[in-house]
Design a protein around this ligand. Structure first.
Ligand code: DX5
Ligand code: ZN
Length: 223
């Protein structure tokens, strides 16, 4: 039984001058998750926002907060993001010297735990940590910026991850992040992704509900 499709608009592409309104609009438009991209200017070349902004937005929203930490050694900040109201914390494999410890820390805080992989990192590195994960995020662009093009090889990589999860008898979310819109949502969904992040694909459109619906319909039809 396939897991439900979830659409996760990425706030990075929203109007930064009016984030509260942006969150309210995607919540009304039927988003399942709110994807929050935290960038530290070290792990990735860009800086976005941190726990204080997330805490402020939490007050006005009931959405599931999917926090994507593009941060070196994120173990240093997990308490802050938990207190700010995150539901899921996803850390990068490439940013953690002791990934197992970081995952245990997230679970100890009572949150769902995810691991993200950059385009050049193979899914095989996750083999020994799979039993502890709630979600794997496949980056379909190099992290750091919104509005980039979907890397075609990501589809086959998602399929490899899905096969690996099948073998391990692990039924967890597969999230895809970067360059996803209604135009290409069928690709990652056909390979097994069920959580689709879309920044420009939602916030760059005039009608958020229609954008979310189109992505959902295309993804569902592709499975
Ligand atoms: C990239 C971020 C993405 C980004 C996606 O580093 O992790 O979540 O906001 O934006 P789009 O959908 O525009 O590629
Ligand atoms: Zn992201």
């Amino acid at each position: 039984m396939a897991r439900d499709i979830k659409i996760a608009p990425s706030l990075l592409a929203a109007d930064m001058g009016d984030l509260r309104q942006a969150v309210a609009r995607v919540e009304q438009a039927g988003a399942d998750y709110l994807h929050l991209d935290v960038m530290d200017g070290a792990f990735v070349p860009n800086i976005s926002f941190g726990a204080d902004v997330i805490r402020a937005l939490r007050k006005g929203s009931r959405l599931f907060f999917d926090v994507h930490l593009m941060v070196e050694e994120p173990g240093r900040y997990l308490d802050d993001f938990a207190a700010a109201g995150a539901d899921l914390l996803t850390v990068h494999y490439e940013a953690c010297r002791h990934l197992h410890r970081v995952i245990q820390q997230i679970k100890g805080l009572g949150l769902k735990a995810g691991v993200a992989l950059n385009p050049a990192t193979p899914v095989s590195v996750l083999e020994d940590i799979l039993p502890d994960l709630d979600l794997v995020l496949i980056m379909s662009v190099n992290p750091g910026f919104g509005g980039q093009s979907y890397i075609t090889e990501s589809t086959a990589k998602i399929a490899r991850l899905a096969a690996m999860l099948d073998t391990a008898e692990r039924d967890i979310d597969i999230e895809v992040d970067g360059g996803v819109s209604a135009k290409n949502a069928a690709l990652p969904a056909s390979a097994g992704a069920n959580v689709l992040v879309a920044g420009t694909g939602v916030f760059g459109q005039t009608d958020f509900a229609q954008a979310i619906n189109n992505i959902r319909t295309k993804a569902a039809a592709a499975r």
